[in-house]
Design a protein around this ligand. Structure first.
Ligand SMILES: [Zn+2]
Length: 491
């Protein structure tokens, strides 16, 4: 008795991954298309997932000494064009405001694609002395990049993100800061979203326009494609020089500060869907799940309904008082919901499985008589009868175990789908037959990298940081390679 318009079935993941993804996003009511092409409306359930990762990252950012600030949406054209290399990288993607107040503007205003140039322009008044450094700022905002091909959460014309912008007296401090940003992203991805990531350095082709170098964390999705889960850029003195930011150092010399910037966006909602989901829909890590346990009362008669409600009531009270300890030591009650809707149990099971709720507790009249409920685990649908008076006390540990299990499963999937390859023919075959990460020797040449991408559709995601030198021969041209690079087809 599914309601008209509510489609309970979704495309199978193995049949058509992109169609599966769209079904999950739309039918789990995470996001919707907007009247403006390429923009998205984030619905309450999707926004709650975003808020959870946003808040966790915000705690990291503040714990490491950064402060939140706000800068305007509009960037004057002259500022954006100050840093030629930077603007070239964004050129076709920038949306411009040309008219306002009923007139053509003297100077066009860009809708920020990112805030580097605007910030550099403003902070030159704030940074006068080494005592004003480091300046550690973070912005939570929206940016616009005119994308031709868009997909909900993964690539949208407007998206929400965080951009940190920092200025330092010495190069080493900036280098350390780039690593701090990257570690925040690793922690949120792995410890919060249960998505294992690999840290590495982007190639010259792939680095942020205008940066000295870019570090990134890369994750593997369940279709074997890679997704960049956060980037951290060493800007060096490039932007400071272009904007004329100078400070008087301890040695009484005027110097340009060293800058960094790092960003994490609503793409990570898409990553969470694609790293864990299955044929029934979302599989959410408990840390981020808006509902961690759903209680489904099962009844036919009013008499049964009353009995079930009576058994659930003390459980609800106990759950409200429950405390689960989070990775940083904070505690919070278990997030639960009781589904009393006038629908069949089967309808409700589908509804909550689609939404990835970690645990479902079924309570019917026979369970009430036995003072228990049937606890069903979303990740493998395993069932276990549990005493109702013990559940609230046990759930925090069960959620912790579930969080570890989902991470372990993702690590195993990634390891099973990471291939070590030396020959170009093998490389092409594996990308087609068993997509995933491919570690392969590369000579370090940009033209060679581009040719590999043209030949195979795979790009160098990163050169992993945590690997020792491993001399070899470039898989395409045989020239010497110092370390393997991590290749994949990517989102
Ligand atoms: Zn090569």
């Amino acid at each position: 008795m599914a309601k008209a318009g509510f489609v309970t079935s979704i495309t199978r993941q193995s049949e058509d991954f992109p169609a599966w993804y769209n079904d999950v996003v739309r039918k789990a009511e995470l996001a919707d298309y907007s009247p403006v092409r390429g923009c998205m409306i984030i619905r309450p359930y999707g926004y709650a997932i975003w808020e959870s990762m946003r808040d966790e990252l915000d705690r990291h950012i503040k714990r490491t000494g950064h402060q939140n600030v706000y800068f305007p949406l509009f960037v004057p054209r002259s500022l954006l064009e100050k840093e030629a290399e930077h603007v070239e990288g964004f050129n076709p993607q920038v949306a411009w405001v040309t008219h306002a107040g009923g007139e053509e503007l003297n100077e066009w205003l860009a809708i920020r694609p990112t805030s580097e140039t605007l910030i550099a322009e403003v902070v030159k008044d704030w940074i006068q002395s080494y005592r004003d450094l480091p300046l550690l700022m973070n912005l939570w905002n929206n940016v616009v990049r005119w994308e031709l091909r868009t997909r909900l959460f993964l690539r949208t014309t407007e998206f929400l993100w965080q951009e940190a912008h920092t200025f330092h007296a010495t190069e080493q401090e900036a280098v350390d800061e780039v690593a701090t940003g990257l570690e925040a992203y690793r922690s949120v991805a792995e410890d919060w979203l249960a998505i294992p990531v690999i840290k590495g350095r982007k190639t010259e082709n792939e680095k942020f326009p205008g940066a000295v170098y870019t570090l990134a964390v890369e994750a593997l999705m369940r279709d074997g494609k890679a997704l960049q889960a956060g980037t951290s850029h060493m800007l060096g003195q490039n932007f400071a020089r272009a904007a004329n930011i100078e400070f008087l150092d301890r040695d009484n010399e005027r110097k340009n500060p060293h800058g960094t910037s790092w960003g994490f966006s609503t793409r990570m909602v898409g990553a969470t869907i694609m790293a864990h989901g299955d044929d029934s829909g979302l599989v959410l890590p408990p840390n981020v799940a808006p509902v961690q346990v759903v209680i489904v009362p099962i009844f036919r008669s009013d008499e049964d309904r009353t009995a079930v409600a009576g058994a659930i009531k003390p459980l609800e009270a106990a759950l409200r008082d429950s405390r689960r300890t989070l990775p940083d030591g904070r505690t919070e009650p278990v997030r639960f919901q009781v589904d009393w809707r006038e629908e069949t149990p089967g309808f409700k099971y589908n509804h909550w499985e689609l939404r990835g709720v970690p645990f479902r507790l079924e309570v019917g009249p026979r369970d009430v008589a036995a003072e228990q409920g049937m606890l069903v685990k979303r990740i493998d649908r395993s069932k276990e009868p549990v005493p109702l008076d013990r559940l609230a006390a046990e759930l925090p540990d069960r959620l912790d175990a579930y969080q570890r299990e989902i991470f372990g499963r993702a690590v195993a999937f990634r390891d099973d789908n990471t291939h070590r390859i030396d020959e170009y023919d093998d490389f092409k075959r594996v990308l087609d037959e068993q997509p995933g990460f491919v570690l392969a020797p590369w000579c370090g040449d940009s033209a060679c990298e581009k040719q590999i991408s043209t030949d195979t559709g795979a790009t160098i995601r990163i050169v992993p940081l945590d690997q020792s030198d491993e001399p070899g021969a470039c898989l395409r041209d045989g020239r010497p390679s110092r370390q393997p690079a991590l290749f994949a087809r990517a989102y």
